[in-house]
Design a protein. Structure first.
Length: 575
């Protein structure tokens, strides 16, 4: 089934739900009920406060309606006719939405049973085309997303053409709950947030910090290997910097309030780019120095509304794996291809195989002349095709300051995540008057590309946790090996083995709790450890370990020296 067909089924299911709500709660006022990538929702205003039990009642009535061969009938009406219809029924939100329809555009109403909606459509012809529905949750939603407007009740649901497709989706939802990085983060003691510190600000615990250290160490070395240099820049900058960059004009709502330093306003940084530009401008540059590839794990701060904060995936303070490429127009095509190649290398290294590119082209309002945009688009498109990456065009989806490639990955559940961005910028080089001296001895404007591979360390870590369900591959696991002595008598042997494993740069601990060995094994398994090594009298005498691996289960006894070599090789091969 095509996405458009599924979208139509879900949009129609939203109308069926609204028809049931109208029947059960006659005082209801309706706002909008669109289809989404995952299902549909409808926003209601009514005196009855919905609770989860109500969803079962609504869903039951919806199923009855689906089997009644109800027609979806469309009719075009005049603007005045529509206004009169909704005014008579006191549907104030519909009247407001009616005003959004441009003059000259057709006004259409869709009717199913007794419910009539202001809607462009399209819809299914008959209700039986909606094979299966499920209502999922209730949430609050401000009218038009403005917190100064009335709070509405939003009911989320989903719909499919068949019951089998719906069940497969619900199974994925259940698996996603098990993989929720917030749940696993608590179970594995990875990170926390605290109201006393502030929402959206992350505290990394030792286990999470270990994984982060491995990621960042690998990231830094990979950048050196790919011809980058690393920068470190301040967390704050004077207002003048953000005025020049345009952030205070165009991004002020996303920035935190200024602080006074010696009578001068300073802002914590929402982005790293102005600092990198100032490093570039620290002295005159020649074409012989270009390209420059500068990367930084730079922590930035952006104000996000409390309602959108979500674990590690949406935060207020995060570390961007940021980079900027500054080059000549002649170098840009090779640089873009290398960036894309580097992006694919990084994602595949972390275990993501399905990657798709989206090429965003020039919007209606944009800076930079046509030839620069055309060259940039050609460079991006050539790079995508050369690397054999599946690509869709997002016409007009580029930023006003340049086209871009967005890479999206699919995780173990088939969910698509927006990750890497390769973004041209024709704006900042102009605003900061960036130049280089060309072969002709004249000053020229360089090309500048913003590039993030992982996006942010926090969000990437959340995606990684859910992709692996916390069962990280050996090289990323916060604790790679745990040694379980059968009794206190063998703790000395266990500690000696641990010292040798640590000397080989493996992350290891010894479980010295006074629990039976079965309890220790169960605890290690629940904590998703790659290897458990059980040691008792026979193992101590033979210089062996009994190995339990997460992948293979019970593997039996082997010489400790052989296990050490195996673990070291496995860890090195993965990195």
């Amino acid at each position: 089934m095509s996405n458009s067909d599924l979208h139509m089924i879900r949009h129609s299911a939203a109308h069926i739900m609204a028809a049931v709500v109208q029947k059960l709660y006659p005082d209801v006022k309706f706002d909008i009920g669109p289809a989404t990538d995952e299902g549909f929702y409808y926003d209601f205003d009514m005196s009855h406060r919905l609770v989860p039990e109500d969803l079962k009642t609504i869903e039951k009535e919806m199923r009855k309606m689906l089997g009644r061969q109800l027609q979806f009938e469309r009719r075009e009406v005049s603007r005045e006719e529509a206004r009169q219809y909704f005014a008579e029924r006191n549907q104030t939100f519909k009247l407001s939405r009616l005003d959004d329809i441009p003059e000259g555009e057709a006004v259409s109403l869709y009717q199913c049973a007794d419910f009539v909606d202001l809607c462009r459509g399209p819809h299914v012809a008959v209700s039986t085309e909606i094979g299966a529905v499920k209502l999922l949750s209730i949430a609050g939603s401000y009218f038009r997303g403005n917190e100064k407007n009335p709070m509405l009740q939003r009911v989320y649901g989903t719909a499919f053409a068949t019951k089998e497709e719906l069940q497969a989706y619900l199974d994925r939802i259940e698996e996603a709950k098990k993989r929720d990085h917030r749940r696993i983060g608590t179970e594995m003691d990875l990170y926390s947030t605290h109201e006393e510190i502030g929402p959206g600000l992350i505290c990394w615990h030792p286990n999470g910090a270990r994984v982060r250290h491995v990621i960042e160490t690998f990231w830094k070395q990979a950048h050196y290997d790919h011809g980058y240099e690393l920068l470190y820049t301040p967390h704050v900058g004077r207002a003048l910097l953000w005025e020049t960059s345009g952030h205070l004009d165009f991004y002020r709502e996303g920035m935190y309030s200024s602080m006074d330093v010696d009578g001068d306003p300073y802002y914590v940084k929402p982005m790293n780019c102005p600092f990198h530009i100032e490093v570039y401008k620290d002295r005159p540059r020649s074409y012989r120095e270009l390209p420059l590839r500068w990367a930084e794990l730079g922590t930035v701060y952006r104000y996000e509304k409390a309602g959108v904060l979500h674990g590690l995936l949406r935060v207020r303070g995060f570390t961007q794996d940021d980079a900027h490429i500054i080059c000549t127009p002649e170098q840009i095509e090779d640089e873009i291809r290398e960036v894309l190649r580097f992006s694919l290398f990084m994602w595949k290294k972390f275990g993501f195989k399905e990657i798709k590119a989206y090429l965003a082209t020039r919007p209606a309002k944009a800076v930079g002349d046509d030839s620069m945009w055309e060259q940039a688009l050609v460079s991006l498109e050539k790079a995508v095709h050369a690397e054999g990456v599946s690509c869709e065009r997002d016409e007009g989806g580029g930023a006003f300051y340049g086209p871009k490639i967005d890479l999206k990955i699919k995780d173990a559940l088939g969910r698509e995540w927006q990750t890497s961005t390769i973004q041209f910028d024709f704006n900042l080089p102009e605003r900061f008057d960036m130049t280089y001296v060309g072969q002709d001895g004249q000053k020229h404007r360089p090309y500048m590309v913003h590039r993030a591979l992982l996006g942010s360390i926090e969000r990437f870590f959340g995606i990684l946790v859910e992709h692996y369900a916390g069962a990280f591959p050996l090289w990323l696991a916060p604790e790679q090996i745990r040694i379980l002595p059968i009794s206190e008598k063998f703790e000395g042997y266990a500690q000696g083995l641990a010292a040798q494993l640590k000397a080989a740069h493996l992350r290891v601990s010894v479980d010295v709790e006074a629990d039976p060995i079965g309890g220790k094994i169960r605890r290690g398994r629940n904590q998703r450890l790659p290897y458990l090594l059980i040691v008792g009298e026979r193992e101590a005498e033979q210089q062996e370990v009994s190995v339990r691996s997460r992948a293979q289960g019970e593997e039996g006894a082997m010489p400790f020296a052989a296990f050490l070599e195996r673990a070291r090789k496995e860890n090195d091969d993965m990195q």
